[in-house]
Design a protein. Structure first.
Length: 424
């Protein structure tokens, strides 16, 4: 059952990130249809995240109380309605309203999915399980790009959006009929912890969020998520305008970056899991692995400012995306460990705080490119320098200050769900 759950969470993430990224793949026809400037397009990209952080927190807390299966089913149905509603959009204000609402109802998906996967897998597989969910995001954002570009080219961008609405509806039925809420062992433990969940002290919770581990894990996630948004909103335009690719070449390149980067950050996650299984040390197996990957990724990303050859650009972006994204699957594992009975809420704090970057990144990139005037390449390079610096700085701070607490519950046995108490 655990693998069925994971596969469906993977495909849910595919739809989630395809919904996010398709607006970037359709940027050229949308900007042309509504006669948008770069600053206005930055507003469209940013609007998706205006309610995303808030609804991510409340949605995940709701899932902790009502169950992930019910909440995921509900939000997936709203995606269906909103994506079909795109067919009626005729002006910029309606496009922005649609993106705001879509972001509001898609915000809870990632934290709920991470927390749900955490219930089903033992510690030695948690990094891998979360990397599969994150991998679904990359597939949705990048690997399916050629398919989405073809739909946009042949049928128009509105029909392509509606096709994703149909995919959401199919996923809803599959998830409701093929999965259950929890493994038996976890279900029994949650029943015993119900009273504890109701008596959470918010003062203590806020103190926890201000701890170095929670704070700098969130900041590292935040800096990386700026790249996530840039890859989603600006990468297609960058490849067409700065690297001079055709739309077809752009779609293929985006897919290549997606495939290779998935392999890289899943590999990093598996290395982290292997080290954790071997030494049970959070610092060496989780923190240092992630921090080192972020720092290397930032350096590769900044290199495309110097080497503009298309082959190098694609190769460097594969490495940059794959290495920096290591925080996305492993960060939730660290946060859940800080307050395990509130796994959904903890991951929602992480992802929603990180997704504040979604509000900032498109606006900042659009503003920087506009400041460069007619020199688009300079504008893109300045935005790349800004993002690479953030990832580098917060990667270093993550290594210095994140010191996860010893687990208060034990590791889950791979077959039975029983616990032992090794963690450090």
């Amino acid at each position: 059952m655990r693998w069925v759950v994971l596969i469906l969470l993977f495909f849910g993430a595919v739809i989630n990130f395809a919904d996010k990224s398709i607006v970037g793949l359709a940027a050229v026809p949308i900007m042309k249809e509504f006669d948008l400037s770069y600053a206005e397009w930055g507003l469209v990209g940013s609007s998706y995240y205006w309610l995303y952080p808030v609804t991510g927190i409340f949605g995940a807390a709701w899932a902790d109380r009502l169950g992930a299966k019910k909440v995921l089913g509900f939000i997936m149905l709203t995606w269906t309605v909103l994506q079909f509603g795109v067919l009626a959009i005729a002006a910029l204000p309606f496009l922005i309203l649609y993106r705001i609402l879509l972001g509001a109802f898609e915000g809870p998906y990632s934290p709920i999915a991470y927390s749900h996967a955490d219930k089903w897998f033992p510690p030695k597989l948690k990094g891998f399980a979360n990397s599969v969910v994150v991998g679904g995001g990359t597939v949705g954002a990048m690997i399916v790009a050629p398919i989405l570009v073809s739909l946009i080219t042949i049928f128009g961008w509105k029909v392509a959006f509606a096709a994703l609405g149909a995919a959401s509806l199919v996923w809803f039925f599959l998830f409701q009929f093929l999965t259950k809420e929890n493994p038996v062992e976890v279900h029994e433990q949650q029943k015993k912890k119900k009273a504890k969940l109701e008596k959470i002290k918010w003062k203590d919770f806020l103190v926890l969020l201000g701890s170095p581990t929670a704070l700098f894990t969130t900041l590292a996630y935040f800096s990386t998520y700026i790249l996530v948004v840039w890859f989603s909103v600006w990468l297609p335009i960058y490849l067409v305008e700065a690297v001079k690719m055709t739309p077809g070449q752009m779609g293929t390149s985006v897919a290549v970056i997606g495939v290779i980067s998935v392999c890289i950050y899943m590999g990093v996650s598996m290395i982290s899991d292997h080290l954790f299984k071997k030494n049970q040390n959070w610092r060496s197996s989780r923190v240092y692995v992630v921090a080192g990957s972020m720092i290397l990724g930032a350096l590769f990303f900044s290199s495309i400012m110097i080497f503009q050859n298309p082959i190098w650009v694609i190769g460097a972006m594969c490495l940059a995306k794959g290495l920096t994204y290591a925080i996305l699957p492993i960060g939730p594992t660290i946060m859940i460990n800080e307050m395990q009975e509130r796994g959904g809420l903890m991951t929602s704090i992480l992802t929603s705080s990180g997704n504040i970057a979604g509000i900032i990144a498109p606006l900042v990139t659009g503003y920087i490119i506009s400041l460069a005037g007619g020199n688009q390449l300079l504008g893109y390079n300045l935005s790349i320098l800004f993002m690479a610096t953030l990832v580098l700085v917060f990667g270093i701070l993550f290594a210095l200050f994140v010191k996860p607490v010893k687990s208060t519950r034990g590791q889950t046995n791979e077959h039975t769900g029983d616990m032992d108490l090794k963690s450090s």
